[in-house]
Design a protein around this ligand. Structure first.
Ligand code: PLP
Length: 295
């Protein structure tokens, strides 16, 4: 039975209860983070906590905890669920903060509420080895989301509908297009490779500033790989040599079919192989405690 954290208490998941008046439940009024931990070591925690702060600022909700308190809770949840993880103890922690519950259902913020803080973890399973040989399929779809996609809001209905539309087409991800430009995936950031240059859209309010995205750019910089942040026209996607999507749980995934047509030669490309190698080395260094994460 998983152990979760809810509002100051560690308890079995099936005993954790939230009020039906919680604004997360009624309005989707809250934000979240998903943070991997390899060998029990939280990956890029400071980046996740900064993004959490930015999301909370974006919805005008005070952070209920200090960074140290967050770290303590996340470590404790990982520790209490260690027996559910495999021998390598790889888990991802999900944390959520909502604006709490109020006596009345009213859209405007209540005068005084206590935020609801919820944390749980899941074992991370190793990436499917078929991805390295075959990649995944994606489709392009109109970005039907709101204007503050930089906020990691729990209100995910558009993303859910978009991802299901992809699944209906036997695709693993939807690449979202706004005003002719590809922005990101339904739950990932997007990269393309053109003539050896790794490209991704610049940060904006239209996309989530992905922690994996930023690490890919950092690794490209460190290893002198050509890269750039630039708008990517959706109709130029067809000519890309490689397309990747990135996220904390899926890492870096090559898209080898887009809208039913092959990307490049239809197999994971050389730039992906280089970058996933660097990413895995970084991850192993975090696991071994040899990577300075600035914590
Ligand atoms: C919409 C969206 N974009 C990008 C990402 C990737 O972000 P990260 O690399 O921080 O997991 C996610 C992750 O869930 C996401 O939901």
């Amino acid at each position: 039975m998983p152990t979760v954290y809810l509002n100051g208490t560690y308890l079995p998941a099936e005993e954790a209860c939230v009020s039906v008046m919680d604004r997360g439940f009624l309005f989707g009024d809250g934000v979240y983070e998903v943070i991997p931990a390899y060998g029990g070591r939280l990956f890029r925690l400071d980046h996740h906590l900064q993004r959490l702060q930015d999301s909370l600022d974006g919805i005008r909700l005070d952070n209920p905890l200090s960074d140290d308190a967050w770290r303590g809770i996340l470590d404790e949840v990982l520790e209490r669920n260690r027996d559910r993880a495999g021998a390598d103890n790889d888990q991802s922690v999900y944390l959520q903060v909502t604006r709490g519950s109020a006596a009345r259902r009213d859209h405007a913020f209540p005068e005084q509420t206590t935020p609801t803080v919820f944390v749980f973890s899941n074992p991370i399973t190793a990436p499917d080895p078929l991805i390295a040989t075959r990649g995944i399929s994606a489709i392009t779809l109109d970005d039907i989301r709101w204007q503050y996609c930089n906020i990691k809001a729990i209100t995910l209905l558009p993303n859910v509908l978009l991802r299901q539309q992809a699944a209906d087409h036997n695709a693993a991800e939807a690449l979202l297009v706004r005003h002719g430009r590809v922005i990101e995936g339904s739950a990932s950031n997007v990269f393309v490779v053109r003539e050896g240059v790794i490209l991704t859209p610049p940060r904006s309010e239209q996309m989530l500033p992905g922690i994996t995205r930023d690490l890919v750019l950092e690794l490209a910089e460190q290893h002198a790989l050509p890269y750039g942040e630039t708008d990517i026209q959706a109709d130029s996607l067809r000519q890309a040599d490689e397309i990747w999507v990135t996220s904390s749980t899926r890492e870096i995934v090559p898209v080898t079919r887009l809208d039913g047509a092959e990307v490049g030669d239809g197999r994971p490309g050389p730039a992906w192989k280089t970058v996933i190698g660097l990413y895995r080395d970084y991850k192993e260094a975090v696991r071994n405690g040899t990577q300075d994460q600035g914590l």
